[in-house]
Design a protein around this ligand. Structure first.
Ligand code: ADP
Ligand code: MG
Length: 335
């Protein structure tokens, strides 16, 4: 019998991360949370230090023909800020490492740094270092450091049976925006959707408010898609979840454009990534407080599901009332 070697495409991105977690040891007693959350958490006196990193690679995460360097700089920082938002933390400092091709114009990189500065100013973070190298494609890696109160931070593993599941904003816009950008037939592209893909806004204030008021029990940012990120919460929390499809918040532009790219109007909102909204669980007792916070911050927050026992895993209640266990979840780099 021929034994075929396992490849990354067989185990997937999340299977690989689970392996890495097993291969490595944890030895330091001041580590509160290592691999397995949106940011690592380390004890630092009375406070907690938050550390996160994300990479953007040309032709994987972006194409130079779609985006301008200013927006790319803003987005590179925004995706990291979103992971600090998902913990309910305050972002502070960042380092950036860049790989650049020799022929890249100087104006590209100066505009990129202008975008970076724009986002840094808006969220009060300072660039403190990085690294620069030659590369065939553009590679951007940021490591962002933040801070939080130990008792307030929100992890992926705090969801309890009976909790409600909420999401901020609307879902699917960024993934639909990407389809629009890739669509060569389309001359006039719907701006709202394209902007959601190119210029995501991290929900820093909302994350801090949910943590500060202790409203939520678990939180993650929606970077891989609603189903996939719900799966991350329930796996870490050892619970199950039920999501009502017809409650998923959809924007006007999404509703107008989705039929061009999908027969099923919910598919892209369920499994499309990069919305960078916050997905969180909370005790039903917190409902009035959460809805009043949504009003005061003028950010829509929608009750989309509930937490159920672990053995029931992830269920989706379709619009016609049928209950299904989805097989395909969301974005995976290797699948
Ligand atoms: P996010 O989408 O919030 O950035 P990821 O899905 O990328 O989170 O990562 C999940 C967890 O796995 C995080 O704790 C992250 O730090 C960790 N992780 C991802 N890739 C690696 C890697 N190559 N080695 C070690 N840890 C990793
Ligand atoms: Mg995240």
């Amino acid at each position: 019998m021929k034994i075929t070697e396992k490849r990354l495409q067989d185990i997937g991105e999340f299977g690989l991360i689970a392996k890495i977690r097993n291969w490595m040891d944890v030895s330091r007693s001041d580590l509160i949370r290592g691999i397995g959350d949106d940011a690592a958490v380390v004890e630092s006196g009375k406070k907690a230090l938050l550390i996160t990193t994300d990479i953007l690679i040309e032709d994987i995460h972006f194409e130079r023909s779609w985006t301008d360097p200013f927006r790319l700089g803003k987005k590179a920082l925004a995706v990291n800020l979103s992971d600090i938002a998902a913990m309910g933390g305050i972002p502070k400092y960042f380092l950036i490492s860049i790989g650049l091709p020799k022929h890249l114009s100087f104006s590209f990189i100066s505009l990129f740094y202008r975008g970076l500065k724009d986002a840094a100013r808006r969220f009060g973070v300072d660039l403190i270092g990085g690294d620069t190298s030659l590369s065939r494609k553009i590679i951007i890696n940021i490591c962002l450091i933040g801070e939080g109160k130990k008792g307030n931070l929100l992890f992926r593993n705090g969801a309890k049976i009976g909790d409600d599941l909420y999401v901020s904003g609307t879902l699917g816009d960024a993934a639909l925006g990407l389809k629009v950008l890739q669509d060569k037939r389309l001359r006039k592209k719907p701006k709202g959707l394209v902007e959601r893909h190119l210029s995501p806004v991290p929900r820093i204030e909302l994350g801090q408010a949910l943590a500060g008021k202790r409203f939520a029990s678990a939180m993650i940012d929606v970077s891989d898609g609603l189903l996939s990120d719900t799966l991350h919460i329930i796996e870490e929390s050892k619970v199950g979840a039920r999501i009502w499809e017809d409650r998923i918040p959809l924007s006007g532009p999404y509703r107008r454009w989705v039929s061009t790219y999908s027969k099923d109007p919910y598919r892209i909102a369920l499994s499309g990534g990069e919305d960078y909204e916050l997905l969180f669980t909370a005790s039903p007792k917190r409902k009035a407080g959460i809805l009043s916070l949504a009003r005061s911050l003028a950010i829509p927050i929608t009750h989309v599901g509930e937490i159920i026992p672990e053995k029931e895993r992830l269920h989706l209640i379709r619009k016609d009332g049928k209950e299904i266990s989805p097989r395909r979840f969301g974005f995976d780099h290797f699948k």
